[in-house]
Design a protein around this ligand. Structure first.
Ligand code: KG4
Ligand code: ZN
Length: 340
């Protein structure tokens, strides 16, 4: 069985094809082909995603990307069994493009469509890696819109252990980066600038670090970064900017690492899965790897290219649900989107 998946919740148009193991065989579904178009350069001039531009660009890209995927796999539409799409959360207009194309295609082919929760896509994306995790595990989901720690016992069995009470970790990266005059999306740019800076140069808050619960709060961090920037005056030097970037990254990473360790300790689990865009951060990976190695915990990440939004994770999440007989299959009628 082959699943064609569409992702269009924000500023990436992703299409991918995943194949389930043959009936009677076990194992993880296999990625056959994928194509992705990032709209980042289009939104950069505005300092963030412009929803209307995002929707229009998804419309332009989605069919050429679909053709590319089928051609990579040397397959035709008749070889697809199920069409999956991101149902939400995300930008309403952007979601409608992927959902509209997926459901229309499914109806035209007489095949079922499956709506996928975007965060479940991120959460299951490490199963696309060469070394997939085993259940159960603790998941640290760190994206532009969400920051959550979860206990994951199986597909669909998720217990939220803690989450952010305000900004997400990716948002903290992006907002601080914007204050530092870096382009959108700020996370990777701030991380690059931080390589040249000293992480202990500025004292920045670690909100809720000692709350005793695996919860997060990042809204105060950008205010602290702004306060430090104001103190530096009109034209901070390159070194000062790099120091502030490194200190900001250190504050975010320290909280993410400490809270992940707390969740691991509380659940007694020895496996951690990190997913979402911030999971691409090199400093977070290095510190989690070091802390987890000391405690005998295995850490799993998605491939770097699959940390941010993509179609493969959506096709994969649908395939893993199908494999377990849990997908909500619908023929045309059951078409929905769940905006943020
Ligand atoms: O998962 P994602 O693509 O989109 C959402 O579902 O939100 O995550 C995007 C977020 C952005 O905030 C971006 O700045 C952040 O992930 N990000 C990073 C890095 N790469 C992406 N943050 C820190 N370091 C990175 N290397
Ligand atoms: Zn995402």
């Amino acid at each position: 069985m082959r699943v064609l998946g569409f992702e269009s919740s924000c500023d990436e148009t992703g299409v991918a094809l995943v194949e389930l193991p043959a009936p009677g065989e076990t194992g993880v579904p296999r990625l056959l082909a994928q194509a992705l178009h990032s709209q980042i350069s289009m939104h950069q001039a505005y300092g963030g995603v412009v929803p209307e531009l995002a929707s229009r660009d998804h419309i332009r890209r989605v069919l050429p990307l679909s053709r590319e995927v089928l051609s990579q796999a040397q397959l035709g539409l008749q070889d697809i069994d199920v069409i999956a799409y991101t149902e939400g959360p995300g930008l309403a207009g952007a979601l409608l493009v992927g959902a509209g194309v997926a459901v229309s295609l499914a109806a035209a082919l007489g095949k079922p469509a499956v709506g996928v929760h975007h965060l479940e896509g991120h959460l299951l994306s490490p199963f696309l890696s060469a070394d997939p995790p085993e259940f159960p595990f603790v998941a640290l989901l760190v994206s532009g819109g969400h920051t959550q720690l979860m206990r994951v016992d199986e597909v669909g069995q998720y217990e939220i252990l803690g989450e952010t009470i305000d900004d997400a970790a990716g948002e903290a990266f992006d907002k601080s980066a914007k204050l530092l005059g870096l382009p959108y999306p700020g996370g990777p740019h701030l991380s690059k600038l931080a390589e040249q800076g000293r992480a202990d140069a500025f004292e920045l808050p670690r909100p809720l670090l000692h709350s005793g619960k695996p919860d997060f709060s990042f809204a105060g961090l950008k205010t602290a970064v702004l306060t430090q920037l104001k103190k530096l005056g009109e034209a901070p030097t390159e070194t000062q900017r790099a120091d502030l970037a490194a200190s900001t990254q250190a504050a975010i990473v320290e909280v993410l690492v400490k809270k992940s360790l707390m969740a691991l300790k509380d659940t007694g689990l020895k496996r951690l899965v990190v997913a979402g865009g911030v999971g691409a951060n090199a400093s977070l990976r290095a510190q989690l790897n070091a802390a987890c190695a000391k405690r005998g915990v295995r850490v799993h990440y998605p491939e770097l290219s699959l940390c941010t939004d993509n179609g493969a994770m959506i096709a994969m999440a649908a395939a893993m649900r199908l494999q377990r007989g849990m997908a909500r299959l619908s023929h045309a009628g059951g078409f929905g989107v769940r905006p943020r």
